[in-house]
Design a protein around this ligand. Structure first.
Ligand code: SAM
Length: 220
């Protein structure tokens, strides 16, 4: 999967994408991530990418021309296997089902990170999806872009060492969450009580453990 992210804050991504599973997936050539500074496509000497809203109102709006130029360069032709995504608090909710569908059917994502009060509405002529990561408003589209890249990458073949991780993970089946997990110590003592691991998980009886886990998978 190739990810191309358009942002006015490219350095935000460096740390997150250079750790753990996402770093390993890049190293193993399972994904390729390119971060593009939107200012590269600004047309004036001050590299302006935002302006005041028509009709008045608070804040600034990301201009359509630099974004259009960016898309013309990064996606000169339409491709069935590529999605151009605008991050937006108003968009369709990004969830595990959407992530699964991308990881199966898409080979490239171009993700536009909005900022300020948002993006000139005319950009919608040139995108495929407007995605929200939840019903709240963030300062910019960088965290949503990281969430989309992360959730979709985990579902790509060979990215996770153990396939079981995906099968039992929350939301793999719609409405099902992962069973409760415990690790050492067996008895965790606080000043008021001892919190113990359920006996069944210490029994070594894999059939019974499986049944217990199935019983305790919360349904949404
Ligand atoms: N004025 C906009 C509104 O009320 O919908 C919010 C703009 S927000 C401060 C700036 C940018 O952050 C948005 O253009 C979008 O790219 C991103 N953003 C904020 N919340 C988001 C969310 N829940 N999901 C995806 N993107 C979000």
């Amino acid at each position: 999967m190739k990810y191309q992210i358009i942002t006015i804050f490219p350095e935000i991504f460096t740390s997150y994408f250079s750790h753990s599973i996402i770093a390993r997936a890049q190293k193993n050539n399972l994904i390729d991530i390119k971060i593009h500074d939107l200012r590269k496509w600004a047309t004036d000497k001050h590299k302006t990418v935002d302006d005041t809203p028509y009709g008045g109102g608070a804040g600034m709006i990301l201009k359509v021309e630099p974004l259009y130029k960016a898309l013309k360069e990064l996606a000169p032709r339409k491709k069935k296997t590529r999605k151009i995504i605008l991050t937006s608090a108003k968009g369709k909710t990004f969830n595990q089902t959407v992530a699964k569908s991308y990881s199966k059917n898409i080979k490239e994502m171009i993700i536009i990170c909005g900022r300020y009060e948002g993006v000139d509405e005319r950009i919608k002529e040139f995108i495929d999806e407007e995605l929200s990561i939840g019903n709240y408003v963030l300062t910019g589209g960088e965290i949503p872009a990281m969430a989309i890249v992360d959730a979709s990458t985990r579902l790509l073949p060979k990215v996770l060492g153990n396939k079981e991780s995906i099968i039992n993970e929350s939301h793999n089946k719609v409405g099902t969450l992962e069973y409760p997990q415990f690790t050492k110590p067996q008895n965790f003592k606080t000043r008021k009580k001892i919190l113990s691991v359920p006996d069944i998980l210490l029994s070594g009886n894999h059939e019974e453990i499986k049944k217990w886990r199935q019983k305790h998978q919360s349904k949404q």
